[in-house]
Every structure is written in structure tokens, then in C-alpha cells.
Design a protein around this ligand. Structure first.
Ligand SMILES: *[C@@H]1O[C@H](CO)[C@@H](O)[C@H](O)[C@H]1NC(C)=O
Ligand SMILES: *[C@@H]1O[C@H](CO)[C@@H](O)[C@H](O)[C@H]1NC(C)=O
Length: 795
């Protein structure tokens, strides 16, 4: 009947399902408009339409809403309110309203059933418009994902009929009937997902019902493909290269390594590590875990390592990894000074050291390489040393020029070594070298010769002169001592005349000098240093003794003796200017001190004689007369020219007679008068004997003295040279005469040595007197006297 109903409903909205006694059924589609006719109840029940009105017909619908109303006049049932089957019955079928038609007069009750049929007025619906799935790309095929099914309020064919899922690349739809009848919708993975190809998949699930027209509902399924760690990181380069200079600053950025990971998120997050096992590399370099930036952490020293190889690993969080190498070359920087190590140094070197003698050895190192480590050393200029190098960095300092301590006693040598880097680094060291002395300089006297003057009659010990010699050497080698060189002065050692102080060089007279016996002499002083062996030099000192007027003139002729009754005979017939005699006097002094003048002091008759002022010649100044006494006594004063002057007086007897007896008779008076008179003949004989005797005594004395002195000298030198030098006077010859002799011999000039023998006589006054007496009486002897005078003058 439903098919019929439906058909009816096309014509009429209602369908009278059946009509029976007291009972009627209708079938109407849901959602009929208000006022639509469901059916004519009166007619269908076979009732008089009047009856309805009269019977006060009414519809009882129980407690449900009144959807159906009754037109009492016509008997039509009308839709009073729109009916929705889904809200009235939900999924229950069939869906019917049960109404009662109640009539009065008489009371009747009719049952009316209105079946409400479904129309496709509801589409399938999903609870959510979109659903979201996150599926790992590692999900295996066959994996199922439950989907939420759709709902359709309609029933029957209008209800949900089928689903479809698009696209079908990865997933297929599977429906599984469940016990309760509804279906379980599942999405089954047919083909593995690859996030790296497609990360998000959008699917559309469509549900359709069977109505006509067919209605559908959709839900969008968003599938996010979750990443699985299926990709390892990959470095962009297998080997990275970098160059750094040594001493680069801490934190210096060397390079950045990079690895990529196709995975996403956590799985694609790459972290970097240094994988080297070596501690030094790990301490030296730092890699930023996240950025891959490699920086310097420590101090790079070319001198320690010139190359570093760093193993770097990249890891993702899934534990997959890759590795690469970072090769770092270190460039040298000239950062090391040369270092000078003195291996051995002499503090002092002898000035006579051979050329090439090594005075210092050193080792020079530079830690840099290449030109930065090539070393060149120099020393300061103008020193007699040079550097030589045996091997690359062993350097020795040698003597190159001869040393002379007297020129430079000390050298400050500074050695500077520099490398060839740019800029070059250098370092220097200095050493002080003393030059030790060698006794290579002899002392040198300040003068080439010395002249000294001493006034005669000096006191012994008188300072004469100081000689000085200097020695350029040092210390002991320059300590000069002065030595009097032994020589003889007139046969005696010079040391008995002078002495020299060994340290000061002061020359002192050892004795008193007598100009008259010694006018000058030479001696040598040696200056000797204290070196070993000692060096010496010598100098000649000439000592000149200066005269003092210490000697009175000595009258040589006529000889004055106490017993003398000598007389000069003047013939009465003598002419004016007759040379009576000549006073011969000498003065052993010299110069002015020996410049003699003669004056007549006393004469009985002044007019008869005169004496030559210069030559001492006594001459007559007038004719002798008878009145003139036979016996004349003249007194002549001989004076020297010294200051003060000294003089001698000589008395001369002159006999004015024609014959010798006359003279004798006259002169016996002289003798008587003066109690000196002697027989002239006897006197002459006596004189001759005395002279002979004295001559012999003198010769013996001289020989004795010579022998004695020779022995004495021997003793003196054997006893040592440094005994105090004392003037030597032989004690046995304290007598004045002999002392004169002795002095003469001892200190006579060497020049006069030739005339030594001759001078023995003139210097002995007694001898002279005796000798001259031999010729006194003869005028012819005058010549001889002159010669004598001449000899004295020469001396
Ligand atoms: C060497 O140096 C020292 C100290 O600096 C100085 O006293 C001395 O005079 C110097 N010697 C020379 C020869 O320059
Ligand atoms: C004294 O010195 C000279 C050179 O000045 C030398 O020829 C001589 O031998 C020296 N004499 C002595 C005794 O040393």
C-alpha cells in the first residue's frame, strides 16, 4: 500500500489506507503544508455530515500536539500544523499519529490513524566539517585510521547509503558492518607516506543517501605526514680548508661548516661536534653546536703546530650523523725574537793573546721559521773583535786585531742579533771584557839625559835631583824602581858618591864633593819595572860640581918655610926692569875664584921694586944705588877674585949684592935676626934630602892607599849593595896632606886620568915645595916654574 499511497499523495496529499467500522487510516507525507486535506472523515466513516455538526465532533489527540484539525461542516481532516517525521518518530517506522474522533448524541468514538511517510528532507551530515590526522611517514601500509561516520535523519532509502574518499593515492576507504547495523568507516594506508615529498594530504570523505534527489555530506580530512628520521645530515663539503695566522685572537672566526638534513623539525635539527680525540685540538677550537661556526679558542703557535686536522661531526636528533674534515694551515708570524745564550765568556783576556782567540761563544735561536727565523748578528764598531759562526746558530767572538791594554783596557761589546722578518725582531746582549796587562812596556825616563849641579862642600845626604821614569803598563808591571848602575869614578864605585832612592828616584849625594878634585862625573840610573821578566831603561846623569871660593891662593914660589933664608940676588948693576923674581901662586878654585892678583904689601924702599898685578913678576923700577940696603924684604899679597876673596902673603928676601959671600954675610944677619938663619949650603943639602925622603914616602903612601882601597872596595861590594853608602875616608890617612891625595885620586875626572901621575906632585904642597926648592936659587929654573904653573892651570 505504500506505493499506492505515494502515488496518491501526488494527486492527493492523503491516502485513505483503510476504512473499517469505527476505524480509518490515512497515510500522508511529512511536511505537508498547513491546511492541506488529509481526508474526509465523514465520508470515510460513512457518516452524515450533519451528524458531525450535530454530534459536536471533535478530534482527540491525546497529549501530543494537534497536528490535525477537523472541519465539522465538511468533514475534512486538515493539517493544522506542519509535521516533521524525523522529529515525531526519529528512526521509527512506520510513523503514525493515533487520533480519536469523538461524537456526542449519541456518543461515538472513532479511531483515526495517520501514518506519516518519510520524504528525503535530510542529507547525510558529519559531526565535524574537518578532521585532522597526524600520521608518521613511517606508518606501514595497512595501517587503519578510524573515521567518524555520517548521520542521516531520514529513514529507508533516504537514509545514508554509501561513502566515498578522494583522492585515493595513499588511502583507501573500508566500511565494516558492525553488530548494531551501522557501519565503521576506516581509512587504510595503501602506499607509504613520504613527508619529504608531500607533507600534508587533504582528503574528502563524502557520504550519500539513497533519496531522490540524492543528498550528500562531506568532511575534509587533513592528514599531516609526520616526519620520521629517515634522513641523515649531509655536509655540504667533505673537506673544508682554512688558513689562520698564528697568534690570531681568541674567538677568531675560522670558517663555518654546514650539514643539511632532509628531515624536518627535531629530526632535521643538526648539531655539530668536534670529534677529534686529541685534547689539544679540542682545547684549541670551538664549534658552535648549532651554527657550525668554528672559532679559535686557544693560542695558535706556529712553532708548536703548523697544521690542524679537525674532524667534525653533524648529528640529528635521531642519531644519524655525517662527518667532514676541516684542514687548518697555520701561517708563521715573526713573533719570536732571537734568543742569545752565552755559552761561555772570558772576563779578561791577555793583551798578547793571539789573533783568532775565542773570547766568547754563544748560541742564537729564533723559534720562527723561514726568513722570520734567519738570524744575523753584529757587534759594535771600532773594536778589535769579530763574530764568526761555525754553524748556523753557534757564534763565536774572536780577537781580530791586536790588543793593547795601554790603549784600551776594557771593551764593552754589545752583540745584536736580528731576524729577517718584516718587521725584524732583534735582541742584544753585552759583555765587558777586561784586557789584562802584559809587561810589554819598558819604563821611560822623562828626559833623555839629566844634568845636576851641586855646590861643592855640600853636606852628605843632600838631595841632588829626582829622576822619574814612567811605565805604561799596569800595576806591578808599571812599578818602577831606580837602581844606580855600578860604574867607577876615578876607580872607586859611583855608589860612594851618590845614591838613588829605589822608589822615589831621588838622587842624593853620599858625600861632600870638592870641586877642586872633581868637577863633574857621569853615572847611569836604571829604571826597572816589576814585571816578569822585568824591563828596564837607563839614563845618564851628569853631575857637575860647582866651585866655591874655599881655597886661598897658594904660593908656589918662592917657597915659604919657617927656616927659609932664601934670597933673590939683584946685582947692583941691574938695569931698570930687572926681573928679580916671580911670585907664582895658584888657586885650586876655578874661574873668578882662581883669578889672582898680586900686590906689594910691604917693602923697605918702595921705589926700588914693583910687582906685576897679573903676573906676579917682581922687577926693579930704578937703578940700584949704593944707598940701597943689601938686604931687602918684600911682602907680596896674592888675592883671588872670589866673594869673599881669599889671600895669601909671601915674603921675599932680596939681596942687592954683587957676590955670593956678600950675600951670605948679609943673610947671616937675616938668620940671626930671625933666628932662622942657617948655612945656605947646609940648607940646600938638607932640602935635597928632605925632598928625596918625602918623594919616597909619597910613593909608598900612594901604593898603600891603592891597595887598601882595592881591598876595601872588595869588602864593600861583597857585603851587599844596599848597605848605606857612607863617605869613605881611610882612617889611617886622616892627615890633611894625604887626604888631599886620596880625594884627588878618588874623585878626579876621568878626562884628567892621563895626567894622573903628574898631579900627584902638584897637589902635595910639601912635595911641591921640596921640588921647587931644587931650582930656587937658579934663575934658569924660572922656565921650569912656568911649566909647572901651566900644568896646574890645565888641571
Ligand atoms: C763599559 O760599561 C760600563 C758600565 O756601563 C762603563 O762604566 C764603562 O765606562 C764602559 N767602558 C767603556 C770602555 O766604554
Ligand atoms: C842603557 O841604555 C842604552 C840605550 O838607551 C843601552 O844601549 C845600554 O845597553 C843600556 N845600558 C845598560 C847597562 O843597561
Amino acid at each position: 500500500m505504500p506505493g499506492l499511497g505515494m502515488w496518491f499523495s501526488a494527486l492527493f496529499p492523503f491516502i485513505l489506507l483503510y476504512s473499517a467500522r469505527g476505524q480509518v487510516s490515512y497515510s500522508i507525507p511529512e511536511e505537508m503544508a498547513k491546511g492541506s486535506t488529509v481526508g474526509n472523515i465523514a465520508q470515510d466513516l460513512g457518516l452524515d455530515p450533519q451528524r458531525l455538526r450535530l454530534g459536536k465532533a471533535r478530534i482527540y489527540s491525546g497529549d501530543s500536539a494537534e497536528y490535525i484539525a477537523l472541519n465539522k461542516d465538511t468533514g475534512f481532516l486538515l493539517i493544522k500544523d506542519k509535521m516533521d517525521r524525523e522529529s515525531l518518530c526519529a528512526k521509527t517506522t512506520p510513523c503514525a499519529l493515533h487520533l480519536q474522533l469523538i461524537l456526542e448524541n449519541p456518543m461515538e468514538l472513532y479511531t483515526i490513524t495517520v501514518e506519516i511517510t518519510d520524504i528525503n528532507d535530510n542529507q547525510p551530515t558529519f559531526q565535524k566539517k574537518r578532521v585532522h590526522f597526524e600520521i608518521s611517514e613511517s606508518a606501514v601500509t595497512g595501517a587503519r585510521f578510524m573515521l567518524e561516520g555520517a548521520m542521516d535523519a531520514d529513514v529507508g532509502v533516504n537514509d545514508l547509503q554509501s561513502y566515498s574518499l578522494k583522492p585515493t593515492d595513499n588511502f583507501a576507504l573500508e566500511l565494516r558492518s558492525q553488530a548494531r547495523g551501522d557501519k565503521k568507516v576506516e581509512m587504510v594506508l595503501q602506499k607509504p607516506l613520504d613527508r619529504e615529498k608531500k607533507g600534508v594530504i587533504t582528503l574528502l570523505l563524502t557520504a550519500v543517501d539513497g533519496g531522490d534527489p540524492q543528498l550528500s555530506g562531506t568532511v575534509q580530512i587533513d592528514v599531516t605526514v609526520l616526519d620520521a628520521n629517515d634522513n641523515a645530515p649531509v655536509f655540504t663539503q667533505k673537506v673544508y680548508k682554512a688558513v689562520i695566522t698564528e697568534n690570531a685572537a681568541n674567538g677568531f672566526k675560522i670558517t663555518t661548516v654546514s650539514a643539511t638534513d632532509a628531515d624536518e623539525g627535531f629530526n632535521g635539527h643538526v648539531t655539530y661536534y668536534i670529534a677529534n680525540k686529541e685534547e689539544n685540538v679540542r682545547n684549541m677550537f670551538f664549534i658552535d653546536q648549532n651554527s657550525g661556526e668554528v672559532t679559535l679558542k686557544g693560542l695558535v703557535d706556529f712553532e708548536k703546530a703548523i697544521h690542524y686536522k679537525i674532524d667534525i661531526q653533524a648529528k640529528d636528533h635521531g642519531g644519524l650523523s655525517d662527518s667532514c674534515k676541516l684542514m687548518i694551515d697555520v701561517l708563521d708570524v715573526n713573533d719570536n725574537k732571537p734568543v742569545i745564550n752565552l755559552l761561555s765568556v772570558s772576563n779578561s783576556v791577555s793583551e798578547d793573546s793571539a789573533l783568532g782567540t775565542v773570547v766568547a761563544m754563544m748560541k742564537v735561536d729564533d723559534a720562527d721559521s723561514g726568513v722570520n727565523g734567519q738570524i744575523h748578528c753584529i757587534i759594535n764598531d771600532n773594536i778589535p773583535f769579530a763574530l764568526t759562526s761555525q754553524s748556523s746558530n753557534f757564534i763565536s767572538l774572536r780577537i781580530e786585531q791586536e790588543l793593547d791594554r795601554e790603549k784600551d783596557a776594557e771593551y764593552n761589546i754589545s752583540i745584536t742579533c736580528s731576524d729577517q722578518g718584516v718587521p725584524a725582531l732583534s735582541s742584544s746582549t753585552s759583555l765587558t771584557l777586561q784586557i789584562s796587562d802584559v809587561n810589554d812596556n819598558a819604563p821611560v825616563f822623562e828626559k833623555s839625559k839629566y844634568d845636576a849641579f851641586v855646590m861643592e862642600n855640600n853636606s852628605p845626604g843632600l838631595s841632588v835631583l829626582t829622576v822619574k821614569a814612567t811605565d805604561a803598563d799596569w800595576n806591578q808591571n808599571a812599578r818602577v824602581s831606580y837602581i844606580l848602575e855600578d860604574s867607577t869614578v876615578n876607580g872607586v864605585s859611583v855608589s860612594s858618591c851618590v845614591s838613588v832612592h829605589p822608589d822615589s828616584g831621588l838622587i842624593t849625594a853620599v858625600r861632600s864633593f870638592d870641586f877642586e878634585t872633581l868637577k863633574d862625573f857621569h853615572f847611569r840610573i836604571k829604571a826597572q819595572d816589576g814585571g816578569s821578566p822585568p824591563l828596564s831603561c837607563n839614563v845618564t846623569v851628569k853631575l857637575t860640581i860647582q866651585d866655591q871660593n874655599d881655597n886661598a891662593p897658594q904660593v908656589l914660589y918662592p917657597v915659604q918655610t919657617g927656616a927659609s933664608a932664601l934670597a933673590e940676588i939683584v946685582p947692583r948693576a941691574a938695569d931698570v926692569g930687572y926681573l928679580v923674581t916671580k911670585v907664582v901662586a895658584v888657586d885650586v878654585d876655578s874661574g873668578q875664584n882662581a883669578w889672582l892678583s898680586y900686590k906689594l904689601q910691604k917693602a923697605p924702599d918702595r921705589a926700588l921694586f914693583e910687582v906685576g898685578l897679573q903676573n906676579g913678576e917682581i922687577r926693579t923700577v930704578r937703578q940700584v944705588t949704593d944707598k940701597d940696603a943689601v938686604k931687602q924684604k918684600l911682602t907680596v899679597v896674592v888675592e883671588d877674585n872670589g866673594q869673599p876673596s881669599r889671600s895669601a902673603v909671601v915674603s921675599i928676601n932680596v939681596a942687592v949684592a954683587d957676590s955670593f959671600p956678600e950675600v951670605l954675610s948679609e943673610f947671616s944677619d937675616f938668620t940671626h935676626e930671625k933666628q932662622h938663619d942657617e948655612n945656605l949650603t947646609f940648607y940646600l943639602v938638607l932640602a935635597l934630602a928632605v925632598v928625596s925622603l918625602l918623594f919616597i914616602v909619597s910613593v909608598i903612601s900612594i901604593i898603600s892607599v891603592k891597595i887598601y882601597r882595592w881591598r876595601q872596595n872588595k869588602l864593600f861590594y861583597e857585603s851587599g849593595a844596599n848597605l848605606p853608602v857612607i863617605p869613605y875616608y881611610p882612617p889611617v890617612y886622616a892627615d890633611g896632606t894625604l887626604q888631599h891625595v886620596y880625594n884627588y885620586e878618588m874623585c878626579g875626572t876621568t878626562d884628567s886620568r892621563m895626567s894622573d901621575g903628574k898631579f900627584v906632585r902638584p897637589y902635595s904642597q910639601n912635595t911641591l915645595m921640596s921640588q921647587s926648592r931644587l931650582g930656587t936659587v937658579q934663575r934658569q929654573k924660572e922656565q921650569e916654574v912656568d911649566e909647572l904653573t901651566l900644568e896646574v892651570r890645565i888641571s
